[in-house]
Design a protein around this ligand. Structure first.
Ligand code: KIV
Ligand code: ZN
Length: 517
């Protein structure tokens, strides 16, 4: 084993997806997983297979489609969870089962109502059972941050003997300070010696997740559990981009430690996750925030122009932030220039249908907008790839009176080659649009969140709308994406897109259960 390699375990699709408003459907998870593979992540925690049929479906389809990263499913230390995890990851080229039980006094007493002996017994059984399916088993001591060292040693001895290959020490509630967490990791990694890899999983409740992850690495941890953009339960997890770039930028401090991450893919991954979930990183977020490489003060701008390193410790290019190129497309640009541009922007897996459809949209946009920038094109391509399920397709929208009269929307929608037309009034324009779409399709959605950003500056900028809509109490809410220079048109498209996402997931799960019968 290479003792300088830090294994990057990404849990965006599991812990990240647990953040409020971040659930994704299977197709979206597959897109994120493929991008994580391109990023160079070693282990992708693709979900919690036993949690729902949707989770199982996502983990198993990711297992079939990702080759270079190991695919992992979380499971509680119970037989059925482990079995579901094993079934879901079985088709992956490389796979892992991650099982866990809490070891802190507070969790054992109040949540589990189990004694220390019972916890050890259950942990050993879980690891042994997982080992009957796979060779690579990770065991987490949930709430390790508040567990007693002597008990953790007992648990570690037992689960390592049972076959665990990685021991994860989560600071589940983000309680520890870096000095404390570093000392805990040092003691436990010395204790494990070469018997298992020590991993950390830090939550950000005190804003210390990345500091704790880095303290752990300098004290012997050789796996870090992280998420893109720091998504995760409550205040989130340690952000992949932060730990990876700290290790790379501060080689002097981290000596020969390294990760396999292709840092030039960081920005693209961050954008994909933000676009899919509709959760944008804060503007001043380290590495991937909009302002991470922006210099506002004159003194700073002057310094950077004279010598980049005066105010920049990393080059934007190193994380894949590329300033808009000088080749800006306009309405006279042809298909070849468009294709060339998207290849240069790093979209190397675009299908010919996606390309054709995005090119059509580009032409319409170029008629309305003088200069189509790289950001516009990135958004066109991403939007196209996220809207492949066109069960319903918006073909026309007319709205009237947003001031003193009665807000009205007339909508035409294509469904099964038929054009459906209707109109409705509402309390506001958006309400009128959504009500009309509901009546046309026969589904009634509850709008849970609505977000609009402008892709570039300027009055003619593209509006990118993300909606999160609940169509059915028994399934999660679905995200929809709409893109247009007209915000209301983007809104209507985003609502229809959420409906398509809901319907296609429902259809897939129904087919899966037919196969299982
Ligand atoms: O935070 C936590 O403890 C977890 C475990 C399930 C690893 O997410
Ligand atoms: Zn967690």
């Amino acid at each position: 084993m290479d003792n300088n390699k830090i294994v990057v375990f990404d849990t965006t699709l599991r812990d990240g997806e647990q953040s409020p408003g971040c659930s994704m459907n299977t197709e979206e998870k597959i897109k994120v997983a493929k991008q994580l593979e391109k990023l160079g992540v070693d282990v992708i925690e693709a979900g919690f297979a036993a949690a729902s049929p949707g989770d199982f479906d996502a983990v198993s389809r990711i297992a079939e489609q990702v080759e270079k990263s190991s695919i992992c499913s979380l499971s509680r230390a119970v037989e059925n969870d482990i079995k579901q995890a094993a079934l879901a990851v079985q088709k992956a080229k490389m796979h892992r089962i991650h099982t866990f039980i809490a070891t802190s006094p507070i969790h054992m007493k109040y949540k589990l109502k189990m004694s220390e002996e019972e916890v050890i017994k259950r942990a050993v059984y879980a690891v042994e059972y997982a080992r009957t399916f796979v060779d690579d088993v990770e065991f987490s001591l949930e709430d390790a941050g508040r567990s007693e060292i002597s008990f953790m040693k007992e648990v570690m001895d037992a689960v390592i003997a049972a076959g665990a290959t990685t021991i994860n020490l989560p600071d589940t509630v983000g309680y520890r300070l870096p000095t404390e967490l570093g000392a805990m990791v040092k003691e436990l990694s010395d204790f494990a010696a070469n018997r298992a890899i020590i991993s950390v999983h830090n939550h950000n409740d005190l804003g210390l997740a990345t500091a704790n992850t880095l303290a752990a690495v300098t004290n012997g941890a050789r796996q870090i559990e992280v998420t893109m953009n720091g998504l995760g339960e409550r205040a989130g997890n340690s952000a992949l981009e932060e730990s990876v770039m700290a290790i790379k930028t501060r080689r002097d401090a981290f000596k020969d430690l390294y990760t396999n991450i292709n840092t030039k893919e960081i920005y693209a991954t961050s954008r994909l996750v933000a676009t899919i979930t509709g959760v944008e990183p804060q503007q001043n977020k380290a590495i991937v925030g909009k302002n991470a490489f922006a210099h506002e003060s004159g003194i700073h701008q002057d310094g950077v122009l004279k010598h980049q390193e005066t105010y920049e410790i990393m080059r934007p290019e190193d994380v894949g932030v590329i300033k808009d190129s000088t080749l800006i497309l306009g309405k006279h640009s042809g298909r070849a220039a468009f294709k060339d541009k998207i290849t240069n922007l790093g979209f190397d897996t675009v299908t010919s249908e996606e390309l054709n459809s995005a090119f059509e949209k580009f032409k319409i946009l170029a008629d309305k907008k003088k200069e189509v920038t790289d950001d516009d094109i990135r958004m066109l391509i991403t939007d196209e790839s996220l809207n492949q399920d066109k069960i319903y397709e918006l073909v026309g929208l007319q709205i009237s009176d947003c001031s003193n009269g009665v807000p009205t929307a007339a909508v035409s929608i294509k469904h099964n080659d038929e054009i459906l037309i209707d109109a409705n009034i509402g309390n506001g324009t958006m309400d009128a649009i959504f009500k009309t779409i509901d009546r046309l399709t026969g589904y009634s959605g509850e709008l849970q969140s609505y977000n609009v950003i402008s892709v570039t500056e300027g009055k003619d900028a593209l509006a990118k709308v993300t909606t999160r809509v609940l169509f059915d109490e028994s399934s999660p809410s679905f995200v929809g994406h709409g893109l247009s220079v007209d915000t209301m048109l983007a809104t209507a498209n985003a609502y229809v897109s959420a409906l398509n996402s809901y319907l296609s997931q429902k259809e897939r799960l129904a087919k899966n259960s037919e196969h299982q019968v």
